[in-house]
Ligand binder design. Structure first.
Ligand SMILES: [Zn+2]
Length: 311
C-alpha cells in the first residue's frame, strides 16, 4: 500500500509508493536489453504479466497488449476521498488504475520505427483505455504518457506507454485549465494560428499542427495541437494525429533521443484544448531548474529548423 500526499500548501501531489520497498541502491537502474525469454512484455511470456485487459489481435497473436502495471503506482483499493489532518496533511490511498500498453510484440522495435497505420492502432488504444478507465469508480483524470530510454525514466527497452487513472486532476492540467480562463476565449486556438506562421512551425496536416513552443523547457521540445478547438482524444481524427506524431518520432530517432510525451486533455466540465507535449530528455535538470527557472541551451527556433529538415 502507498499513499497520495499533497504538498503542505501547494497544489502539488506525490505518490509515496512504499509497497515498492526499495532500498537506496535500487533507485539506481541500468538500461539493459534482456534476452527474449526474460522479456515479460514479449509473446510467449504473457503468463508473467498481470491479467490482460485488452489487446489488438486475436488468439493467434497480438500487436498491442494492455495489462495492469506489476509495480503499480496506484491501485483501485483503499481510501478514495482526500482527507486533511491538522490543516497541512492532505492524503488518500494511492488510489487509481495503472496500466501498461505494450505497443508491439517485437522486443527491439521502437515506436519511432512504426508506420503511421501502426501508430494509429496505438493511439486508438489510448483513446479506448481512457474511455474505459474514466468510468471507473473515483477516477477524475486519466494520464497517458510514454517514457523512452533510461534518461526519460524507463529501464525497460520493450516499447510501451503507460496510463494512470487518478482520484484527482493533476496540478499540471489544473494549472492550464485555470490559466486559460484568464483569456477571452481559448488562448490555444489563437496560439495555434500564430505559431502556424512563425519560425517555430514544424509540421502541419489538415487537422493538426506541431511547433516548438516559445518558452521550450527542453532542447527539441515540440507540441502537437488539433487546429480545431477539440477537448478530448475521442474527438480527434487519430489518423491525422498518427501522421504528425510519426514525423516527430522519426526526427527523434535521427538524434537517438530519450524522450517523454504526455497527453493533455480537458477534465470533465472544463474546456482545455487537447494537446501532446513531446519532451526530449537530452539535458538534465539541476538546482536552478528545481528552484523554478529553467535553462534551455537551444532556442526553439533552431529546434524547429531541425524538425523541418533545414539543419
Ligand atoms: Zn482552443
Amino acid at each position: 500500500m502507498g499513499e497520495l500526499r499533497k504538498d503542505y500548501v501547494l497544489d502539488r501531489w506525490v505518490i509515496v509508493a512504499s509497497e515498492r520497498g526499495a532500498r537506496p541502491h535500487q533507485f539506481m537502474h541500468e538500461e539493459k536489453v534482456v534476452a527474449p525469454e526474460l522479456d515479460f512484455f514479449a509473446p510467449g511470456n504473457e503468463s508473467m504479466t498481470p491479467v490482460e485487459l485488452d489487446r489488438v489481435g486475436d488468439d493467434s497473436g497480438w500487436r498491442i497488449r494492455v495489462f495492469n502495471n506489476k509495480f503499480a503506482a496506484a491501485r483501485l483499493e483503499g481510501q478514495i476521498e482526500l482527507k486533511t489532518d491538522n490543516e497541512f496533511f492532505t492524503y488518500s490511498a494511492n488510489y487509481g488504475e495503472h496500466e501498461v500498453i505494450v505497443e508491439t510484440p517485437d522486443s527491439l522495435r521502437q515506436l519511432w520505427d512504426f508506420s503511421d497505420s501502426e501508430l494509429l492502432e496505438v493511439y486508438e488504444m489510448y483513446n479506448k483505455r481512457i474511455g474505459f478507465v474514466k468510468l471507473m469508480d473515483g477516477i477524475k483524470y486519466v494520464n497517458v504518457f510514454k517514457n523512452h530510454k533510461k534518461d526519460a525514466g524507463t529501464s525497460i527497452v520493450h516499447s510501451h506507454s503507460q496510463l494512470v487513472g487518478l482520484n484527482h486532476v493533476p496540478q499540471f492540467v489544473k494549472d492550464k485549465v485555470e490559466a486559460t480562463k484568464k483569456y477571452d476565449g481559448c488562448p490555444y486556438c489563437k496560439i495555434v494560428e500564430i505559431e502556424k506562421k512563425s519560425d517555430r512551425h514544424c509540421f502541419e496536416n489538415d487537422d493538426f499542427v506541431a511547433f516548438t513552443p516559445y518558452a521550450s523547457r527542453f532542447p527539441f521540445e515540440i507540441w502537437v495541437f488539433p487546429k480545431q478547438h477539440l477537448r478530448l482524444m475521442s474527438e480527434l481524427n487519430l489518423k491525422g494525429l498518427s501522421e504528425i506524431m510519426g514525423k516527430i518520432l522519426r526526427k527523434l530517432k535521427e538524434i537517438d533521443a530519450a524522450f517523454n510525451y504526455v497527453v493533455h486533455y480537458s477534465p470533465d466540465n472544463e474546456d482545455l484544448h487537447f494537446h501532446i507535449e513531446v519532451l526530449p530528455r537530452l539535458s538534465k535538470w539541476a538546482g536552478f531548474e528545481f528552484s523554478g527557472t529553467i535553462i534551455n541551451k537551444q532556442p526553439p527556433e533552431e529546434a524547429a529548423k531541425f524538425y523541418r529538415g533545414e539543419i
